[in-house]
Design a protein around this ligand. Structure first.
Ligand SMILES: NC(=O)c1ccc[n+]([C@@H]2O[C@H](COP(=O)([O-])OP(=O)(O)OC[C@H]3O[C@@H](n4cnc5c(N)ncnc54)[C@H](OP(=O)(O)O)[C@@H]3O)[C@@H](O)[C@H]2O)c1
Length: 263
């Protein structure tokens, strides 16, 4: 039995993954942006241990999410699932003056990875759109480029793969993988999404909790429980390090020294 924390589990694939893990007998802690969404998440996922509250648009609240998780004790796995989509019509600035999409999709998983006491397995939700992400990693905060919502989203999904692979390399004792769930009809995917919703949450559940040797790998990219070739740029160590450096600069949090080893 595993104990798993899932970001963005008040809806969509995060909530479905939580429900499936509980059905399988695992322990799950949910996460929601505020108290109201937290109560709704707890009602929708009977059997969840509790819910952690924090809006991932804010660096301060993201740090608080990590503190709350650490106060709950240790976890076997974390699924970095929360994200916002590709349809923002302009650069929406957060309280930290970062683009909303970058703050939630890229910086929050980085901060939580650094600050949550090290679990054995880390899963990062990417997307097929990561293949179109800008591998130059220039202008991550969209201060100089004209805004393009879909490009901004695709960039962050490439960042998720770079982060998963960087963590796999930096933490050899941890299994760190990324995946794409397909284009499925959640709130983000929209009603016209063509892929099967019921297949969208299974790979992350398998990666985080199964004893299948095929799931107990690190530094891999998956689609529907099978390895898939990620954007080759995601394997580039310089790009991985460049992303970590940028996230450290934006957040003030160091991936290596964020949370002391507990083992
Ligand atoms: N759906 C697809 O077709 C698709 C395709 C490729 C990849 N993905 C990836 O799959 C993951 C899950 O997507 P989904 O389709 O399940 O999306 P979703 O239905 O929109 O759910 C997103 C979850 O993240 C939470 N969230 C968003 N912003 C937040 C914030 N600032 N603070 C805290 N929580 C926040 C949402 O909370 P609220 O419920 O309060 O909004 C919700 O629980 C994402 O990483 C996405 O990029 C999805």
């Amino acid at each position: 039995m595993a104990r798993v924390f899932i970001t963005g589990s008040s809806d969509g694939l995060g909530r479905m993954a939580a429900q499936l893990l509980i059905e399988q007998g695992h322990r799950v802690v949910l996460h929601a942006r505020n108290e109201r969404r937290g109560q709704e998440a707890l009602s929708a996922v009977p059997g969840a241990e509790t819910v952690v509250i924090g809006d991932l648009t804010s660096i301060a609240q993201t740090r608080s999410v990590a503190d709350q998780v650490n106060r709950l004790g240790s976890f076997d796995g974390v699924i970095h699932n929360a994200a916002v989509g590709y349809q923002e019509p302009r650069r929406i600035a957060t309280e930290d003056d970062l683009p909303h999409v970058f703050a939630v999709n890229t910086l929050a998983p980085y901060i939580l990875t650094a600050l949550i006491r090290r679990p054995q397995r880390l899963i990062y939700l990417s997307s097929g759109l990561h293949q179109r992400g800008d591998a130059s990693l220039k202008d991550l905060a969209w201060e100089h480029r004209p805004w393009q919502g879909q490009q901004a989203y695709s960039d962050t999904k490439l960042h998720n793969v770079l982060l998963a692979f960087a963590v796999a390399r930096r933490r050899p004792d941890v299994l760190s993988n990324a995946l794409e769930p397909g284009w499925v009809p959640t709130k983000m995917g929209g009603p016209q999404a063509p892929d099967a919703l019921d297949a969208g949450h299974r790979t992350q559940v398998w990666l985080v909790a199964s004893d299948d040797p095929a799931a107990m790998v690190t530094g891999e990219y998956f689609y529907h429980m099978r390895p898939r070739r990620p954007n080759p740029a995601s394997r580039d160590l310089d790009r991985q390090e460049k992303l970590l450096d940028a996230c450290k600069r934006f957040s003030g949090v160091d991936l290596l020294h964020g949370y002391p080893e507990t083992k």
